[in-house]
Design a protein around this ligand. Structure first.
Ligand SMILES: Cc1ncc(C[n+]2csc(CCOP(=O)(O)OP(=O)(O)O)c2C)c(N)n1
Ligand SMILES: [Mg+2]
Length: 300
């Protein structure tokens, strides 16, 4: 994979100043580079989530591409309809982008997505993962990691581990699947350029830190995303026709053998404040197991 720096990116912007996301939100950072990669011939569909907040209230929006706001469980069904409509009207130069949160994907949207992926429907699906139902007030989802407090796991932090959704999507034999993080724009850009060039259902998991829900200062969004990757909590990789490749920082870490302790990531976030020493050890074990598992499959 080529290395793309900020200076290599197209100057055209598709998100104008004035989005209604919270200060320090990781989502608009990533979305900006996604749209730079996909360009103006993109139609996107999204359910209720922080992305709806970003898109704004009709008739005003800061986003310069066409977008459909669908219902919570319907993102992949809505994308399938857009694909069919464009086909029926003979318009074949659009990219369909479906984008939903972790609640709208790991929990609510999984059946429509699984069905569309099995039918090899031609769209890019992005699950941007802020690890809870954020826009309604930080309720736990199946993407919330163990040890995190949310408003529905306020007294006893979440006990179950995060659902491994990338593995679930890999089991659909997709032509392209990737994991990205908002702190690495060049890596995001490369992955969406590649996804655009491939036909069929392409799935990208995008990790986006959330200062409001994770309880860290708004200035630290990039730092927290980088720490997620530097500790191996989030791994940057892509799987093309079953072949796994590590990318960017994760590839460098695998080559150098340097991975930071998860405590460096956990201690900067208020949501993990109630974790016991035992739970931290278990969290480290979960991260190490996945790290070893993916490294075995990669050509480092
Ligand atoms: C069927 C249905 N149930 C509940 C809601 C209320 N609701 C709107 S957005 C949302 C949370 C979305 O969480 P997620 O998909 O993770 O996106 P985020 O807000 O974190 O960006 C909920 C529960 C809804 N709109 N529709
Ligand atoms: Mg969420």
């Amino acid at each position: 994979m080529t290395t793309t720096t900020i200076l290599d990116l197209p100057e055209q912007e598709y998100i104008e100043p004035g989005t209604r996301t919270c200060a320090g939100c990781g989502l608009p950072i990533a979305y900006r580079y996604i749209l730079k990669a996909l360009g103006p011939r993109t139609i996107m569909t999204h359910p209720a989530c922080c992305l709806t907040i970003l898109h704004g209230i009709y008739p005003k929006t800061p986003v310069a591409i066409n977008a459909v706001n669908n219902t919570f469980a319907s993102t992949a069904a809505s994308a399938s309809g857009l694909v069919a409509g464009l086909k029926a009207t003979g318009q074949d130069d659009y990219t369909i982008l479906a984008m939903a949160g972790d609640g709208g994907t790991f929990d609510m949207g999984i059946q429509a997505l699984s069905g569309a992926a099995e039918r090899e429907t031609d769209f890019i699906y992005v699950c941007y993962d802020n690890e809870a139902y954020m826009n309604t007030g930080v309720q736990r989802s199946s993407a919330t990691p163990s040890g995190a407090t949310t408003t529905t796991t306020a007294v006893i932090p979440k006990e179950q581990p995060k659902k491994d959704f990338l593995q679930i999507m890999e089991a659909h034999h997709l032509p392209y699947l990737a994991s990205a993080c908002s702190s690495y724009p060049g890596d995001i850009f490369n992955k969406f350029i590649k996804a655009k060039s491939i036909k069929g259902t392409r799935f990208i998991h995008l990790s986006v830190p959330c200062p409001a829900g994770w309880a860290f200062p708004t200035k630290d969004t990039i730092k927290i995303g980088r720490l997620a990757v530097e500790t191996g909590v989030v791994m940057l990789y892509e799987v093309e026709d079953g072949v796994l490749r590590l990318t960017g920082k994760t590839l460098n870490m695998a080559r150098s053998g340097r991975k930071r302790s998860v405590e460096e990531y956990l201690q900067l976030q208020g949501r993990f404040r109630k974790m016991t020493a035992e739970q931290i050890v278990d969290f480290q074990r979960q991260v190490d197991d996945r790290w070893e598992h993916l490294l075995k499959r990669a050509d480092v």
